[in-house]
Ligand binder design. Structure first.
Ligand code: SAH
Length: 395
């Protein structure tokens, strides 16, 4: 087994169990190793630190798997790690009102680069690192054994795979191929999910609890559901008797499914709107028209993918939050999110504050939101905390 020797003074994060080693921390690699192989990591003095998988094509050159010198990376290791992740979801698995949730959350479950989402008896998996990708066969058969699905389907995140030198790959890996649309239950509500062509693995499971939180503010209120995707927040709002819901998204397919999801829950015969367009432009248009809402939900995609994009992303977040605040009636509620890991909770609050100053309105935070319990945050890996939300009331 080859050995990765770190530069002097670079062992601290590894000792604290941060799972990544960047190329800049490495002094040299001793011995022969293929990318994807397991390597031993040692400090500058030669002391054992950890084991992980190597990928010289990635800036994250080693993804750590264990910090225990006696722990081999073999079939038993992978079985134990997957079993631990599955056991951690037992509470969700036992809830008959929810059939879709994240089973494996990559680094946060000590399984770098592996995402597994359960949609009823179908598992949708993403192999985001080379180290995971070369073990696809082994992981898939262990998932089949431990999670007992009817089928396992692969989706890819092209952007993340490219950083690892991997090409795009999608398709059925095991068992039955899923239907074009499958049905899930979430907190007792029904949704059609397109696991083959939908965004990510098909549904934004990380927002499950937040959709329920936002529901509280909606009975009898008009709702602007910006970045609506397949209508997650809209179905929850309609279920508690919201007034008119205006859904805005740039994707026609997503809005189409949003409409079908409303019908699936018996909410078709309402006066809701499904507006295809750019949220930035549509909200500006509503401002010009003097249209107001009681509740505005902003759940945009990731604006910042790298540290260099943070400034620009911050402007984008400020822009939509300013528009949203201007569209709210007095006493109205803004439910606003950022899923950019690079934007901290603090920075996000400052951005919303900046928007309130420009809007000339006094705003209270009444709730702070985060990702659901099936998207755990690993303390040694703060990067796993990416979703933050604020529920604000405009005075
Ligand atoms: N709230 C949704 C998830 C939103 S994901 C839920 O609960 O399921 C983000 C959505 O924003 C995607 O559907 C994407 O199509 C849409 N989107 C991205 N950029 C946009 C833009 N500029 N204007 C409108 N929609 C956009």
């Amino acid at each position: 087994m080859a050995t990765v020797i770190l530069k002097k003074g670079r062992a601290r994060p590894v000792l604290q169990h941060h799972p990544w080693i960047f190329s800049g921390a490495i002094a040299r690699i001793e011995g022969e190793a293929q990318d994807g192989d397991v390597v031993v990591v040692r400090d500058a003095g030669g002391n054992f630190l950890a084991r992980g998988t190597l990928n010289r094509r990635s800036q994250i050159t080693v993804r750590l798997l264990t910090w225990d010198q006696d722990q081999a990376i073999d079939g038993d290791f992978w079985r134990a790690r997957l079993a631990q992740a599955i056991t951690g979801r037992r509470a969700l698995a036992g809830d008959p009102a929810t059939t879709a949730y994240r089973l494996v959350n990559a680094e946060a479950d000590l399984l770098p680069g592996l995402i597994v989402d359960r949609y009823g008896d179908i598992l949708v998996v993403q192999f985001l690192t080379l180290g995971m990708n070369v073990r696809k066969g082994e992981i898939v058969s262990l998932l089949a054994e431990l999670a007992r699905p009817r089928g396992i389907y692969e989706r890819c995140d092209a952007e993340m795979r490219a950083k690892e030198g991997l090409s795009s790959q999608e398709g059925c890996l095991w068992g039955e191929e899923p239907p074009d649309l499958l049905q899930i239950l979430e907190n007792g509500l029904r949704f059609w999910v397109d696991v083959k062509r939908g965004q990510k693995t098909g549904f934004y499971l990380d927002q499950r609890e937040n959709r329920r939180r936002a529901q509280v503010y909606c009975p009898g209120r008009t709702v602007l559901n910006a970045f609506a995707y397949t209508g997650g927040f809209a179905v929850y709002a309609a279920a508690v008797g919201a007034g008119q819901i205006t859904n805005v998204d740039s994707s026609a397919e997503a809005l189409d499914l949003a409409q079908r999801n409303m019908a699936l829950n018996g909410c078709a015969a309402r006066d809701d709107e499904f507006v295809r367009g750019d949220v930035f432009q549509v909200l500006r248009r509503y401002r010009v028209q003097g249209r107001f809402f009681d509740v505005v939900i902003l759940d945009p995609p990731k604006f910042a993918h790298t540290q260099a994009q943070v400034k620009r992303a911050a402007r984008g977040y400020k822009d939509i939050n300013l528009l949203a605040l201007q569209l709210l009636r007095p006493g109205g509620v803004l439910v606003t999110f950022s899923c950019s890991g690079q934007i901290s909770t603090d920075l996000f609050q400052k951005i919303v504050f900046g928007a309130s100053v420009d809007a000339g309105r006094d705003v209270q935070i009444i709730e702070r939101l985060s990702q659901g319990p099936d998207h755990p945050v690993l303390l040694s890996f703060p990067e796993s905390q990416y979703l933050k939300g604020l529920v604000c009331r405009v005075l």
